[in-house]
Structure formats: C-alpha cells, structure tokens
Write a protein that binds this ligand. Structure first.
Ligand SMILES: Cc1cc2nc3c(=O)[nH]c(=O)nc-3n(C[C@H](O)[C@H](O)[C@H](O)COP(=O)(O)OP(=O)(O)OC[C@H]3O[C@@H](n4cnc5c(N)ncnc54)[C@H](O)[C@@H]3O)c2cc1C
Length: 422
C-alpha cells in the first residue's frame, strides 16, 4: 500500500473522463517521470467537493494541485513547465551545437557534447524521451537485464545531460532553420532564435495517424497514439482494449495492458505477427489468455462524440465489418518524419521525408550537387556542412533505442571534426 507521504508528493489532477487536456497532462507528467494521481470526477458533487469547481462542465477543469499546494486551473503546458521550473530561455547568444529533439538520439548527443566541453543546447517540443518515453518497458537496452521504462531511461539521461551543463529547452518546437558556413540559426515556434556553430537534427518520427473521420475530436478521449504507458493504470479489469499495429511497440503495449484490462485485441493488417514482432514477444502474446490477434484486419471507423464509444474493424480478405464497443484504442502504426523545414533549406530527404546523410548522399560515386567542401560529407552529415542527423529521422537508421543513442554519440564526434575546421 502507498504511504500518505508518497501520495502527498504527487501532482493531483482532477478531471473528467475523455478530457483531451487531462490526457495531455497525464502523458506529459508520465513521460517526465513526475509522480501524479489522476482523480476522475464522476458527478457534480465530486467536482465541487474534490476539485472546488461548480460542476462537471466547469471550464476550469482539469485542475492540477501540486505538492506545495499550488493550484492550476485548466493549465497551459507552459504554466505546468513554469511550475516545474523547467521553462527556460537560452542563456547564450551562440552555442557550439544545437540539438533538436530530446529522444534517445538527442539526449545521447547532449550528454556527449556537454561532457566533451561543447556549449550545448537541446530543443524539445514536448518532453524528454521521444518514442521511447511512451513505452512501459524497454527490454533490449544494454545494461538493464530486467528492462527499464522509457520514462525512467529518459529522466536519467536528462539528469546526466543537465549535470554536465547542457541546456534543455523543453516544450519548445523548432520550426525553421537558416544555415550558412560556420553558423546555423534555428527559429522556434515562439519566436526564440537559437544560434549555433553546428546543428544535430534528432527529431525522430511523429506518430502515424489512422486518418479516420472523428479521429481529431477523439484524440485523448479514447483514441491515443503510441503505447499509452500513462493510461494503463486507469483501465479496469472489465475494459476491452484495442491496439492497432503489428510491430514490437504494439506487442509491448498489448502485454502491458493485458495485466490490467479484461481483454486486449491487436488489430493487424498482415497475415501474422511473425514478420514484424520479436519471437520473445510473440511467445508472450500467445501465452496470454486475454490477448487476441485479428489478422488481415484494420480499423475503418470510430464512433463517439465526446468520448470514443465503439470502433469498426474490417477484415481485408472478406470485407466483413464488425462493431466493437470500447473506450480504448491505441494506435501503434509507426511514424513519419516531420522534416518539411529541411526542404526549405535544401537539405536532401528521401521520398518518405527522412534526412539523407553521408555515403547515402553519393550518386554514382559523386558527392551531392552544390556540396561546397573538398572533403566528402561525414557519415551522419547532411548535404549542408555542419548539419547532422541522428536516430530515427535519418534515412536508413535502424529504429532502435540503442542505435539512436549510438548515432547521437557519433554525431558529436563529427561535430568536433567539423568545428575543428575539417
Ligand atoms: C511504443 C514504442 C516502443 C518501443 N520500444 C522499443 C524497445 O523496446 N527497444 C528499442 O530498441 N526500441 C524501441 N522503440 C523504438 C525507439 O523508441 C526509437 O527507435 C527511438 O526512440 C528513436 O529515438 P530518436 O531520438 O531518434 O527519436 P524519437 O524517440 O522519435 O525522439 C524525437 C524527439 O524529437 C522531438 N521533436 C520532434 N520534432 C521536433 C521539433 N521540430 N523541435 C523540437 N523537438 C522535436 C520529439 O518530441 C521527440 O521527443 C519503441 C518505439 C515505440 C513507439
């Protein structure tokens, strides 16, 4: 049983089921490894007695109460960041290296850059951890034989990077860049300008959507992207969970939810999980009595106004459609790189939008057009000198935590060479 003291150290969030802002706050705190308690308000009396508002429809919901008693009503993420002491402006007019993205690749680059004495800034649009931060357990990361939650791994890395002096700008999004020899300028969505001698893009991928009518409205209100690690604690033993996707992340999510929920259904387009999921996970899925797998299937419609009420699943072979009542749909169908900014500045991307680096830039043994230097691009360097890409955003990357971490470290080695004039 949890102690009263333990509970007092938690952020309490009072809100109603299906509140997208409530979900955003839970997701943010969970990924940031900040203890919290979600108190679901079910009646006007609850709303008045517990949250101190007039009723369930009061626009001040959700209400967050911090351990020191600070109360934030219907807060913006900026207010939450400020309260946590995580909101900051850049302290320098120029850095040695600016890193965009604080997933495994960006955090690793930050640790190596800062420990090696580079003036380092990291810009992250949400919070640390990236995709890894959304998973309840990473089991194949070296050195953690029992596995480690993505949120904990990310927090450890954040602490490590900060301890060595990297500046982390959390909740800030890079939207545009300008690059000239020896200098890059990144523009953030809030107008902040970051100047650095070298740039590492570690922005990974953003979740792929189902593109179904109603999806936007139900996002955070029954429809969730990713493995939903923050939500598993909220589901009940009678709940039926649906997970779209047949990859490792979907398999991990299925295992995680199967411990709490009544049943878990994986909706998979392919004929089996064999080609797409590691064997150890397939074995676990098959031996879990409350997980079922619908193959050759896809979710084709969503039902619900304020909250997801049902989904429709269509068998791709027979065309037969079935309706399933559920409040939980997790979409784990991979991601897409968001690199439109790169096109504007002439950074080469592949057809899917991944940034092309190093040897992949060569065509018929020739360096990329307009490459201005005598040397060839470094392994993780784009066709713009001094702009590097690491992790999932890079064309040909392996899409694993360890490889993202490795590329982050490698990118810093190339930054040193670049800054030394090579
Ligand atoms: C649910 C799930 C489970 C997984 N489990 C495992 C596992 O068990 N083992 C394993 O090896 N791999 C696993 N993976 C894969 C692994 O998490 C990824 O390969 C890894 O996170 C990639 O790291 P990254 O830093 O390149 O990118 P990401 O993790 O995608 O991080 C990119 C970061 O950049 C930020 N960002 C994006 N655009 C901007 C911008 N414009 N400005 C500022 N910031 C921006 C994002 O918010 C994000 O934090 C899993 C993935 C998922 C989704």
């Amino acid at each position: 049983m949890e102690s009263a003291e333990h509970n007092q150290n938690r952020v309490k969030i009072y809100g109603t089921a299906g509140s997208p802002l409530g979900y955003m706050i839970r997701d943010f705190l969970h990924r940031s490894d900040i203890p919290f308690e979600w108190v679901e308000l079910r009646s006007d009396d609850d709303a008045t007695g517990l949250a101190g508002v007039s009723g369930l429809l009061d626009r001040r919901l959700p209400v967050c109460v911090f351990p020191d008693g600070t109360r934030l009503e219907c807060p913006t993420m900026r207010q939450i960041l400020e309260k946590l002491g995580w909101f900051r402006d850049p302290s320098r007019t120029q850095y040695d290296v600016a890193i965009y993205g604080a997933g495994p690749a960006g955090l690793s680059a930050a640790v190596y850059a800062a420990t090696e004495g580079l003036a380092t800034v990291v810009v992250e649009r949400w919070t640390v951890g990236g995709q890894a931060g959304s998973t309840s357990k990473i089991e194949n990361y070296l050195g953690f034989p029992q596995g480690i939650s993505g949120a904990e791994l990310a927090q450890r890395a954040r602490e490590q990077a900060c301890r060595f002096g990297a500046e982390l700008l959390i909740g800030r999004e890079g939207v545009r860049g300008e690059f000239m020899p020896g200098k890059g300028v990144g523009y953030l969505a809030d107008g902040t300008r970051i100047v650095a001698r070298a740039t590492i893009c570690a922005t990974g991928v953003a979740y792929r959507r189902l593109d179904l009518p109603g999806e936007d409205r139900l996002l955070g209100a029954g429809v969730y992207y990713g493995a939903g690690a923050s939500e598993a604690a909220l589901c009940r033993s009678t709940d039926e969970i649906f997970i779209v996707g047949g990859g490792n992340s979907a398999g991990q999510a299925a295992m995680h939810f199967s411990r709490a929920a009544g049943s878990v259904t994986m909706v998979v387009r392919g004929a089996s999980l064999k080609e797409t999921i590691s064997q150890y996970l397939i074995d676990r899925i098959q031996s879990s009595p409350n997980i079922r797998v619908f193959t050759h299937s896809e979710v084709t419609a969503l039902e619900g106004n304020r909250m997801l009420e049902a989904i429709f699943v269509t068998n791709r072979l027979t065309g037969q459609q079935q309706r399933f009542a559920t409040r939980w749909l997790f979409v784990c169908i991979g991601g897409v790189p968001r690199t439109e900014w790169a096109e504007e500045v002439g950074i080469e991307r592949d057809e899917a939008g991944y940034l092309i680096t190093g040897p992949d830039l060569f065509q018929q043994f020739k360096p990329p057009a307009h490459w201005p230097l005598d040397r060839t691009p470094y392994y993780l360097e784009t066709n713009v000198p001094g702009v590097f890409a690491a992790g999932d955003v890079r064309h040909g990357s392996v899409k694993r935590c360890a490889s993202a971490v490795g590329e982050g470290a490698m990118a810093v080695a190339f930054v040193h060479r670049y800054l030394a004039g090579g």
